[in-house]
Design a protein around this ligand. Structure first.
Ligand SMILES: [Zn+2]
Length: 73
């Protein structure tokens, strides 16, 4: 005889609608692009590959650069 772990007074949860891949794809693409931009600024925005002049962006993201193990100095 199987026993149920759920209490007898538990109410039924509202059904959760599944999210289709068609709905999820634009958000996944947006998140991927955002992460790639962030990865660029943390990892590559320096020296010859820099899009912006000066060291300001590099200094702002310097700790993240070391945390993720990118070569720096
Ligand atoms: Zn450094």
């Amino acid at each position: 005889m199987a026993t149920s772990a759920a209490p007898a007074t538990a109410t039924a949860a509202a059904p959760v609608a599944p999210i289709s891949l068609r709905e999820l794809a634009p958000w996944a693409l947006f998140s991927g692009i955002l992460l790639l931009v962030l990865l660029y600024f943390i990892g590559v925005e320096q020296g010859a590959t820099a899009l912006f002049e000066g060291e300001n962006i590099h200094e702002w993201l310097h700790d993240g650069r070391h945390l993720l193990g990118f070569p720096c100095h």
